[in-house]
Design a protein around this ligand. Sequence first.
Ligand code: LLP
Length: 437
Amino acid sequence: HGTSTINGQGHLEIGGCDTTDLAQRYGTPLYIMDETLVRQRCREYVDAFRASGLKYQVAYASKAFCVMAMCRIVEEEGMSLDVVSDGELYTALQAGFPAERIHFHGNNKTPYEIEMALEAKIGCFVVDNFVELQLLNAIAGEKRQKANVLLRITPGVEAHTHEYISTGQEDSKFGFDLGNGSAYQAVREAATLPNLTLLGIHSHIGSQIFEVDGFKLAVEKVADFAVQVRGELDVTFTVVNLGGGFGIRYVDGDTPLAVSEYVKAITDSVKERFGAANYPLPEIWTEPGRSIVGDAGTTLYTVGTYKDIPGVRKYVAVDGGMTDNPRPALYDSKYEAMLANRAGEPGEEVVSIAGKCCESGDMLIWDVRLPVVTSGDLLAVACTGAYNYAMASNYNRIRRPAVVFVKNGRSDVVVTRESYENLVGNDLIPERMRAKV
Ligand code: LLP
């Protein structure tokens, strides 16, 4: 998919770059991002919203993959950016991302983060709970500023996805509950707090979602609620944010919809639900993360050792693992892989791909069909653009890989491989323990 092909030498090529050359030049493990595909996904969102005729903002959920070059792409594609921490905010600002297009999320924004965001004059805070509502109002008051606010509500919609990444159900750490009256109370409070401008509401039902039903149901609940508070509290929402969560295809059997289909389902049901109530059509905001960057990413590893347990399985170990991709260990996520240096060859054996961390749970893929693998082969794991680099760690003091963007035969390093100096850069040895030299 994307710009991936197999070239004349039988090598996997992405963005016009031979992956065996990339491995040689930058080393492995290596995250490769197909820039053309990232931009294509951005444009699919923007085009689909434009076609709807509604006012919109597409805010890339930077948690999926937040580095300065990515912020530049999002800026160039005319989109907004969703951040959830001071670190993501800092990254965006350092990249020159326009503050007014930044939305700040999170269920426990610290006073410091709120100050930082107000000072930068970001576009909007998505307020998660009553404590934050008061805190934001107070800090904005001290700074003689008014903060734009969306209220995150929990719509009571259960998206069919992994428990750890589903968020719309009632029993959740996120948001004001719609069912028990907290959302109503939050609107009443937000509308009267002097240093807040209430723009509207936000709902995010989960991640890696393949159907539109959950989104339609969320729109329905949000619209009913909007109509209710307009009638009873005289508060009109000018913005409705429906979050992210649009699924992608990791393996055969995953059946995502096209971006345009997700967007059309949402915008159609907004028109229908709000229209039916004669409600002034709100701006629709959305926050895709995974579906912007997920399938654009490929991780390239070098095969090292392998171990055949006759009649059981063959373990093939690569030079990375749960440190660069914790998702299989964390969520039991499935991935597909191929040999990048022998991409044209048919599969001949079923093997399991192990990482190099010191624990048995460090498995990247169980049972994948590959040509007979040997040391030195290059393994390419597909669809690693989202929540891989973003969730990478230094477990076992393994250095985080470099990230390269490829496009039209060009490759640019956007994150360098961590150095040993980086690893010990924050370590301090107390005076009394210092070696005498
Ligand atoms: N908006 C909000 C409020 C969110 O909480 C999230 C994801 C998104 C947008 C973006 O969702 P996406 O379009 O990427 O599905 N680490 C997990 C995913 C956690 C998602 C958390 N929130 C994983 O690796 O699958």
